[in-house]
Design a protein around this ligand. Structure first.
Ligand SMILES: [Fe+2]
Length: 303
């Protein structure tokens, strides 16, 4: 069996921890969850250095299970310089909870000090590429650790783009020496909105740079898909995850749910399906004989 030369550990099945289902974590960690991701900004000290009350929950969970921090406000793609206060408070939280890794998004969330509270896509140009690579280098130097950057979904494209999103990301991972948080649903949403083959995207990503996978649901508005995280994971995304598990190997994967919360039993079904795929597809290029995973795309040509 081939070994995966990964920069990041495989922690198994995770979930984006949200207060809506926190009660299911109050006595013990529910099966099959083996790690959790939390939103960095919910637990960082506030601007006045006061700790948010939620930090107590995080400290308790940290004693029981590995945690990763996922930020939404780094704004790595903005023309604005990095926010020193944000970096300092982020690092303090990292020192306090010792996450397995930390991540944020490949996007910009504001400019001139204004926060748009949305994950805006970048133009895929050489100028933007070097700009983001330089800023990731600053972050990694400050934190003294490699970070993961997540691909976002998008609904518009820039006329100025001179390369595809996957070419941009591939070069960024090398230039910035960072990892990728691969959101398979975002790849699917953007592939439908912009009309590309999601496998062209996934094939371009270097295997050893993928440190984590996100799985989520989206809303279909007929003319386009929106990355809402308020629906079950669709079958096409499950198939892309099966393909990704086979291609990228043992990478930590988790379910993101941010709205229209179902009963825990429904989320548990999705977590068990992640577990089942991880168990069946044990290493890249090798599928166990009893594997039942569907192969909707030209998988054999990709391996
Ligand atoms: Fe995501």
């Amino acid at each position: 069996m081939k070994k995966r030369d990964s920069l990041f550990p495989d922690l198994g099945v995770g979930i984006g921890f949200r207060r809506e289902f926190a009660s299911h974590f109050s006595k013990q960690i529910p099966h099959p969850v083996s790690w959790i991701e939390v939103v960095t900004e919910n637990y960082m000290a506030w601007e006045n250095d006061i700790q948010p009350p939620a930090i107590k929950t995080l400290q308790r969970l940290r004693k029981e299970i590995p945690i990763v921090l996922h930020g939404v406000s780094l704004s790595i793609g903005s023309a604005d310089p990095l926010n020193p206060s944000y970096l300092k408070r982020w690092k303090s939280l990292i020192d306090a909870v010792e996450p397995a890794w930390v991540s944020d998004h490949l996007c910009w969330t504001g400019v001139n000090g204004e926060n748009l509270h949305d994950l805006m896509p970048l133009p895929y140009t050489e100028e933007a590429l070097q700009h983001v690579a330089n800023k990731i280098d600053q972050v990694q130097t400050f934190l003294k650790r490699r970070i993961l950057i997540e691909n976002v979904s998008s609904y518009v494209e820039f006329n100025q783009s001179a390369m595809t999103e996957w070419e941009f990301i591939n070069e960024l991972l090398k230039r910035a020496d960072c990892g990728l948080l691969l959101d398979v649903n975002n790849v699917y949403v953007s592939s439908k909105n912009h009309g590309f083959n999601p496998l062209d995207y996934l094939r371009a990503i270097p295997r050893n740079r993928v440190g984590q996978i996100h799985l989520a649901g989206h809303s279909d508005l007929g003319t386009h898909l929106i990355d809402t995280h308020d629906e079950p994971i669709c079958e096409e995304v499950w198939r892309l995850y099966e393909w990704s598990r086979e291609h990228f190997g043992p990478v930590s994967a988790m379910v993101e749910r941010d709205g229209n919360f179902p009963r825990w039993e429904e989320l548990e079904k999705e977590l068990l399906r992640v577990k089942e795929i991880q168990t069946e597809v044990s290493d890249y290029g090798y599928r166990l004989p009893q594997g039942k995973a569907a192969q909707p795309f030209e998988i054999s040509a990709a391996l």
